[in-house]
Design a protein around this ligand. Sequence first.
Ligand code: NAD
Length: 346
Amino acid sequence: MPGDGIGPDVSQCATQVLNAVADRNGHTFRFDEQLIGGAAIDATGDPLPPQTIASCQAADAVFLGAVGGPKWSDPNAEVRPEQGLLKIRSVLNVYANIRPVKIYSELVGASPLRAEILEGVDMIVVRELTGGIYFGAKTRDESSASDLCLYTVKEIERIVRVAANLASARRGKLCSIDKANVLETSRLWRDVTDRVMAAEFADIEVETLLVDAAAMHLLSRPADFDVLVTENMFGDILTDEASMLAGSMGMLPSASLGDGTVGLYEPIHGSAPDIAGLGIANPCGAIASAALLLRHSLGLDKEAASIENAIAEAIAAGARTADIVTGGNKSITTWEMTTEIIRCLS
Ligand code: NAD
């Protein structure tokens, strides 16, 4: 689902890389392109048409570019592109959004933080994706509005287990982020997290942070974090913040997983209307999302690693889109960056 703005550009790059991987490894990937977001509203009046849902449900994995843009962002509009995004996450029941934040040493200069703070940063943010305030009942009248934030014990247990399992396979550290000093949902989050971790993951070191403090610690000591787990809205905000450690929103991939192998894969950025159509969008986040797709939905670990290595090699060789230009490197287009990455594929 290419979506809107720069979504179609970066999706095309990801598709090109997947086809190049298929060529080199004797695979055939079958693609079925469908509408979502503003493009779907324009064509059908619905941000997630039934045909798109059916195609996603029949697929082994779903790739999404990005949705949204000024054309569809009238706050009073009844139909909005983002409704398509929330609905497909819910339809596929992909409740665990996994966002690795890895720093390429050559891009340290592209981050607003000092190099010594960024040394050793390698974390995964696990964001709960199908509950919380984004999905709660909404009200609006002339004088007030409300959004309900609701979490169930089951929703918290399953996301904590996903994060704890990831931590077990890494440095064995889990940081749970909430706002338990103010919010009842956060007090439940903390109780459930403490219980699950003590009962099932006693060997994992658990740290608990309030979200406001976490926002600060992410900038002051990012290398301390291994796996972070948090609820939907906090994760949405903190992952944009964390993207600046990597130098640009355009660098980071995400995988949204449920209980089976079908996943939804998308770069963490939006449709970037300010650069749409200019051919300068960074395709790395989308291409790295395609790598996650190969690993988590198709079980192709070696091929996934070959994409990740190719991105690292292209960057090491000086390939830079405008958002990550550092030092004396000149910027190249979205398509040139993709060609460089394909050239580096093993
Ligand atoms: P954005 O992520 O689209 O852009 C934020 C900034 O980062 C912009 O300056 C943009 O140019 C830059 N940027 C983003 N991706 C980039 C890339 N690949 N290469 C280079 N620069 C990049 O966020 P926004 O501007 O707040 O939102 C724009 C629209 O996208 C809105 O309609 C919003 O609702 C939507 N959105 C969609 C998603 C999604 O589809 N998953 C996520 C976030 C925002």
